[in-house]
Design a protein around this ligand. Structure first.
Ligand code: GLN
Length: 303
């Protein structure tokens, strides 16, 4: 299979697309990103990597960081994490507060904002955000085998100044006794983890530990890899998760920076970036690109 040729075709197709979606403008620093950008990178099980477009250009991984935080939290707490957060798709927007009141401060899953704030809070456990962020960066750098991966401070600051919905969620969690740290501490850590930057090349390499193939970094057990992939499949695209599963058929996690990490178990780790988003806050052309890749390669977890 000629992945390089498939990526070139995908790049050509998306570059002709008249509708590139709209950037997330609720984080001012993200509103300035050019929607003309597009990058994609695929690491195959044999270790070869193929990339196209702006695949070397760093972008804000935003909610994709929730996967790495979840891996750390499961390592630290194991199944005790599930007393504080559920494992069901929410069917609501990533930053919705609606269910949280009905369900007494237990977020539906670890990949919506409320759930991710609980996950970060659980790993933080009274330590300084700096220590948590150091641990998270060490995990990601080990996963990607790249020590250059870093946090963009101006994006973290931009979100700290405007992230009122996340403050509302954190205070609400705290009111229900489901936040151990002060809201500004948990959110300081959360905003900084969202502001980690990676290129598609780095992101695809960082996802290899979820591929379950020999010869790649093994940072979590095979059983846990399956669980994380299951959560990505059911919850990784919020209220667009069913549509993503239907169209792509692979577990994926999106971020409002326009990136998506997609895992083809046993076969590939895939990263795509196009900053324009669809109505659910997931990369519009990024989704179309992985849909084309899945169709051309036949990769699917559904047979
Ligand atoms: N930092 C963003 C937020 O909390 C992440 C959301 C996302 O990427 N979907 O709003």
């Amino acid at each position: 299979m000629d992945i390089a040729a498939i990526l070139r075709d995908i790049h050509e197709t998306v570059s002709q697309s008249p509708d590139r979606g709209t950037v997330a403008d609720y984080i001012p620093e993200l509103a300035r990103i050019d929607t003309g950008r597009f990058g994609m990178s695929v690491v195959l099980a044999d270790g070869t990597q193929h990339s196209v477009g702006d695949a070397a250009r760093p972008f804000s991984i935003q909610s994709i960081s929730k996967i790495f935080a979840l891996a750390l939290a499961l390592g630290r707490l194991g199944d005790r994490l599930w007393t504080r957060v559920g494992r069901e798709p929410s069917g609501l927007a990533f930053n919705s507060i609606l269910q949280l009141e009905h369900e007494a401060g237990i977020p539906r899953n670890p990949l919506i904002n409320a759930g991710a704030i609980v996950v970060t809070d659980a790993v933080l456990a009274g330590n300084a955000p700096r220590e948590y962020l150091g641990e998270l960066l060490r995990f990601i750098r080990a996963a990607a085998e790249d020590d250059a991966i870093h946090i963009n401070e101006s994006i973290a600051l931009s979100e700290s100044e405007t992230g009122h919905r996340n403050f509302a969620l954190a205070h609400f969690l705290r009111a229900h006794g489901n936040l151990q740290n002060a809201p500004h501490m948990a959110l300081g850590a959360y905003f900084h983890q969202c502001a980690i930057e990676m290129s598609c090349e780095q992101l695809a390499r960082s996802g290899r530990f979820l591929m379950g193939a020999q010869g790649h970094p093994r940072l979590v057990s095979p059983g846990r890899v399956r669980r994380i992939n299951a959560l990505m499949m059911t919850c990784g695209h919020y209220d667009g998760s069913g549509d993503f599963a239907y169209r792509v058929g692979l577990p994926g996690k999106s971020g409002v920076g326009g990136g998506i990490l997609v895992i083809a178990p046993g076969r590939a780790s895939i990263a795509v970036w196009s900053p324009g988003l669809n109505a659910q806050g997931n990369s519009k052309l990024g989704t179309e690109a992985v849909e084309m890749l899945a169709r051309r390669t036949g990769w699917s977890v559904f047979g």
